[in-house]
Design a protein around this ligand. Structure first.
Ligand SMILES: Nc1ncnc2c1ncn2[C@@H]1O[C@H](COP(=O)(O)OP(=O)(O)OP(=O)(O)O)[C@@H](O)[C@H]1O
Length: 283
């Protein structure tokens, strides 16, 4: 297991209630895990435990253990853990502060004591991977939202982490930017075999790409499983405010109307049932 979380609880200093309440989970190498849950359920707090920001940089009461690639986060600095787990947050502007795209990516490497040549090789590899090589001399604030977020991803990728944790990386982007970033994440998982943990409200995307979905509610894991298994719990999820992928919602309604006996995931099959129901109504 590349990530192991054992009974983790966390209460922010000055907060009366814990934000995480006994989270246990593990992530396999190469896995793509999607995290969903209502606002305030602890998703962001959980992400911050994965590279040691909690407990090292944010004060509070931390219980349990998180192991990243075998390292207990309590015993290693955020700098060391960041070479294993790259963390990307919602707002790309808050993560970029250098004068050029290239400097932004180089900056992350500066304290790692890497040789000049290897540095250049890594920067080239990363910028090509995220599709920003041609824009390497540009001023980051001039990039589009999607490009900025791809640059934020590049600046953690350049450290060659085995795991990428992304906390709603598309929340502030327009539809095009969102598409660019989500395709990049899928590519990094499929082609580069990077383990991905993604907090994302776009459940359509998660249904397509995630191997597993974890649902957070009130600081706990409410359920987890394959996307098809989890999203089948339409009523429970809608009750807590998790969006159901459109085709599952349609199929769920077909089942309620007695037109199928179970939820169908296959688009073609849904269309077939709808066609059949339409024909039946006409005749
Ligand atoms: N710095 C902080 N200090 C005190 N309480 C906090 C802090 N950050 C978050 N919380 C509280 O912890 C709980 C979990 O918040 P968290 O941001 O982890 O949830 P979330 O599921 O990521 O929500 P969202 O989808 O809105 O980002 C909330 O009750 C929130 O108010």
């Amino acid at each position: 297991m590349i990530i192991e979380v054992e009974n983790v609880s966390f209460r922010y200093a000055h907060s009366p209630e814990p934000s995480l309440r006994g989270i246990s989970m593990a992530v396999r190498k190469g896995e793509f895990v999607g995290i969903v849950g209502p606002s305030g359920s602890g998703k962001s707090t959980f992400c911050l435990t994965l590279n040691g920001i909690i407990p090292h940089s944010i004060k509070g009461e931390f219980r349990g253990n998180v192991y990243v690639d075998g390292l207990n986060t309590r015993e290693h600095s955020v700098a060391t853990l960041s070479t294993r787990v790259g963390l990307v947050l919602q707002n790309p502007d808050a993560q970029l502060f250098n004068m050029t795209v290239e400097d932004e990516v180089a900056f992350a490497l500066e304290n790692l004591g890497i040789e000049r040549e290897e540095m250049e090789r890594r920067i080239r590899w990363t910028l090509k991977l995220v599709g920003l090589w041609a824009k390497r001399h540009e001023f980051p604030p001039n990039l589009s939202g999607g490009e900025k977020q791809r640059l934020a991803i590049a600046s953690v990728l350049v450290m060659k982490p085995k795991v990428l944790v992304l906390d709603e990386p598309t929340a502030q982007l327009d539809p095009l930017g969102r598409k660019e970033v989500l395709s990049l994440i899928a590519l990094l998982n499929r082609e580069e075999k990077i383990t991905v943990i993604l907090v994302e409200h776009n459940t359509e995307y998660l249904l397509e790409y995630a191997d597993r979905i974890i649902v957070f509610d009130n600081g706990r894991i409410l359920m987890e499983g394959k996307p098809e298994e989890v999203f089948e719990n339409v009523e429970v999820l809608e009750n807590i405010g998790v969006r159901i992928p459109a085709r599952i919602k349609i199929s769920y309604e077909l089942k309620r109307m007695g037109l199928t006996d179970k939820i169908i995931f296959d688009r073609e099959r849904i269309v077939e049932v709808l066609r059949w129901a339409y024909q039946r109504r006409k005749s």
